[in-house]
Design a protein around this ligand. Structure first.
Ligand code: DQA
Length: 147
């Protein structure tokens, strides 16, 4: 079963979107680094991005059916979406929230996450490395969750 890595709105713009905050790597660069790191750990990935809340929820439900674990950068929807929280509560696989930036050190409206209370843990503030650290965390949780 693949490790699903889901990306929310505006992350398709990485590379040119506020690079002083989010770095210069594109989402394709990050996907390639994730695939390489995952394969080192014996994992395959299903890497997706959408700008649409309902589609992101469909992807979470897909993960619940088909993934070994889920990593999600919910982007702006983490701060707004009860429906995303509910979708994450509805799946049984390990789930990890990640952010490139450190939302707690930014504007007050980024301090609350509807996702955090529905996942095992959160990794934020390490730029593109948050994805790699997320894969490490997912690998540990998959190993801990059975044969
Ligand atoms: C983000 C942080 C969010 O606050 C923001 O809305 C994003 C990106 C991050 O990866 O740092 O779109 O999730």
């Amino acid at each position: 079963r693949p490790l699903f890595i889901l990306n929310g709105p505006n992350l398709n713009l990485l590379g040119t979107r506020e690079p002083e905050i989010y770095g210069s790597a594109t989402l394709s660069d990050i996907e390639a680094a994730c695939a390489e790191h995952a394969s080192m750990l014996g994992l395959t990935i299903d890497f997706r991005q959408t700008n649409h809340e309902g589609v992101l929820i469909d992807h979470v439900q897909d993960a619940g059916r088909a993934a070994s674990a889920l990593i999600i950068n919910p982007a702006g929807y983490g701060h707004t979406s009860v429906a995303l929280h509910d979708a994450l509560k509805a799946i049984a696989i390990p789930a990890i929230e990640i952010h490139l930036s450190q939302p707690a050190a930014r504007e007050a409206f980024r301090h609350h996450s509807y996702v955090s209370s529905a996942v095992s843990g959160t990794i934020s503030g390490f730029g593109a490395r948050s994805y790699i650290l997320g894969i490490e965390a997912a690998h540990a949780l998959i190993a801990a969750s059975g044969p």
